[in-house]
Ligand binder design. Structure first.
Ligand SMILES: *[C@@H]1O[C@H](CO)[C@@H](O)[C@H](O)[C@H]1NC(C)=O
Length: 235
């Protein structure tokens, strides 16, 4: 099946992107159709998904705010971006962790490993406003639910960050809710987000320069309790 083995890099990645595009488009078309034909069954299904995240826990944030946004065009664009970005993943369990650049809220550029103390494990919590369970180092990446992207209703109003300043302002909201936890910003190249395949939210545990634990992709597979289990084993 391997045609043109001498230059597999570019065409293979391109083909992969096309396949992802087809797959995501098909899923969205099927999902949208089912939503029109069987609105109640789909609502139950989407609510079930919601149970796996913390989406259902906020009483002010009802299904009507987020459920109907599923399978929209903006949803399609976002899912596509997430899946395409995941092709750039360089963070593998047991392998060296990417030491990507981040920016502190005071504007200083540094790297993830600058937050490592001796051989202590470092937990990375990638996310944007929507995912605000705090652990050790929060890396504020691009917005998952920007008002000009796949927006939810009754959510905070944050646009896609056009500049680092936009991102900083958004992160300051988050910092207000998690004053004990250091928050840094991904740079506008979004390298931390890409190399850790972190969009929309994801947990990692690093130690000794290596990725010890790579969490599942949020919100459905974002499980802070897994980190606790690992830390307890380390004691
Ligand atoms: C990084 O993400 C922001 C959205 O927060 C986007 O505007 C910008 O174009 C992205 N940068 C790159 C290099 O893709």
């Amino acid at each position: 099946m391997q045609v043109g083995c001498n230059s597999p890099g570019l065409p293979a990645a391109f083909l992969q992107k096309i396949l992802i595009l087809l797959h995501v488009t098909m899923c969205v078309v099927v999902g949208k159709t089912l939503m029109i034909l069987f609105p109640n069954a789909m609502k139950r299904y989407i609510l079930k998904l919601g149970e796996k995240s913390r989406m259902n826990e906020n009483p002010k944030f009802s299904y009507e705010n987020w459920g109907p946004t599923f399978f929209s065009f903006k949803y399609l664009l976002f899912v596509l971006k997430v899946k395409w970005k995941r092709l750039e993943d360089e963070a593998l369990e047991g392998h060296p962790a990417p030491n990507t650049p981040v920016v502190t809220l005071s504007g200083e550029v540094c790297r993830l490993f600058d937050f490592v103390q001796d051989n202590r494990p470092l937990i990375l919590n990638f996310g944007s406003y929507f995912s605000s369970i705090a652990d050790f180092l929060i890396i504020y990446i691009e917005e998952a639910h920007a008002v000009d992207g796949w927006a939810f209703k009754n959510n905070v109003v944050i646009k896609n960050h056009r500049s680092l300043e936009d991102r900083k302002i958004a992160a300051q909201f988050l910092q207000k809710n998690n004053p004990l936890c250091p928050v840094v910003l991904d740079t506008m190249e979004n390298l931390s987000s890409s190399k850790y395949a972190a969009l929309p939210e994801r947990l990692y545990l690093l130690q000794g320069g290596k990725v010890i634990y790579k969490g599942g992709v949020g919100p459905w597979n974002y499980h802070p309790q897994e980190i606790r289990a690992i830390l307890e084993k380390m004691k």
